[in-house]
Design a protein around this ligand. Sequence first.
Ligand code: ATP
Ligand code: MG
Ligand code: MG
Ligand code: MG
Length: 446
Amino acid sequence: MRLSPAVRLSEYFMPTLRETPSEAEIVSHRLMLRAGMIRQESAGIYSWLPMGYRVLRKIEQVVRDEMDRIGCHEVLMPTIQSAELWRKSGRYDDYGKEMLRITDRHDRDMLFGPTNEEMITDIFAEHAKSYKDVPRMLYHIQWKFRDEVRPRFGVMRGREFLMKDAYSFDLTPEDGRISYNKQFVAYLRLYARMGLQAIPMAADTGPIGGDMSHEFIILAETGESQVWCNSDLLELDLLNADIDHRDPAQMSDVIGKVTSYYAATDEQHDEAKYQAEVPEDKRLSARGIEVGHIFFFGTKYSEPMNAKLQTKDGESVPVQMGSYGVGVSRLAGAIIEACHDDNGIVWPEAVAPFKVGLINLRVGDAACDAACEDLFAKLQAAGVDVMYDDRDERAGVKFADMDLIGLPWQIVVGPKGVAAGVVELKSRKTGVKEELSPEAALARLA
Ligand code: ATP
Ligand code: MG
Ligand code: MG
Ligand code: MG
């Protein structure tokens, strides 16, 4: 899963566009097309070009780290599933037109998975038989297909999209809540690491009831969800690195605090409660992007699918389950919605395709070339992801492209500077530029 640590732009495939593509309605879609990150293949189905694919994999990596940390282990289930499984849970008919149904050469009903509750329940049930086999958590990061009525906004509402979906297995509902809380804590951390403020909001639990479902929402005008919350939530520091996922009491303390503020999406919103609980100056009603959704559903699948565990007393009970989704490909767009300016994308470091863009202002000039090659090699040696703009292009084009693709740091190497022993270091986010020696620039970035 290692990403190449360094590329030369003269060899890279990064088809940037000067003009704004007219088909794109929102800024993230426009910028993803302009930065040469994606290409539409058909409605809601995209190819990920090198730059876009790097971002996707960086997002995956943050998700993986946080899943690993809470003891949730990675598997990989197929994209194509048998209809048989879905008939067992009863969802084959319920799912309706969003499910892409396929028939193989033997006339067997297959489908392109929109999610994996049935399959993971089946996998788990075949191998786990007793209370000793729980608690367990498994996840995968896999392409899903949902035949959305209205695919739009680029990768934000695709038909084929990448999701992390995790599943928890426990003996009792109480243990199930602990697993749920572990995922909740992991979600707080993973979004914060991506530079996002994702607010957990009470979400619809459907026929199961209870309070064990939360959507993680990023506030944005272009969001497709309507949400209501207490604006104090925005002031909370949601990245609490010290939450110990092995300490159930501490987890429920923190989660209790976060969820004590009013925060709800459409289906859950209760206007009277909102008015009563939230002081007028703290009422925030806004649009939001759903970037994750966690759900405890108890025995909804284990019961019909006969996934049972033996208790200590020899009793046979259906396993308690939850599922936990992150919209990995949607996040690529959502992060841009939250992090851009007039000149382009401003990537948070954790998901930036490269940390540094090295700009050679005079390719072919021996001194500039040598200074750049030296920095390029040293950045790599220091483990810093770097893109070297070694193209024979005008400075204006190089600056515009580098701002557009939004790498956090730029090092600009020009003939005058090189003669004086300095390069320019620019922060994409603040725009602040500094002249310093190449060694000092390296020290700052390594
Ligand atoms: P939405 O309300 O946006 O249709 P959902 O509630 O149907 O999403 P879930 O079943 O909760 O989606 O899936 C988990 C996550 O997968 C969502 O929180 C979202 O981030 C992502 N996701 C769902 N549908 C899409 C899609 N069509 N394109 C991209 N990401 C999606
Ligand atoms: Mg949906
Ligand atoms: Mg939803
Ligand atoms: Mg959802």
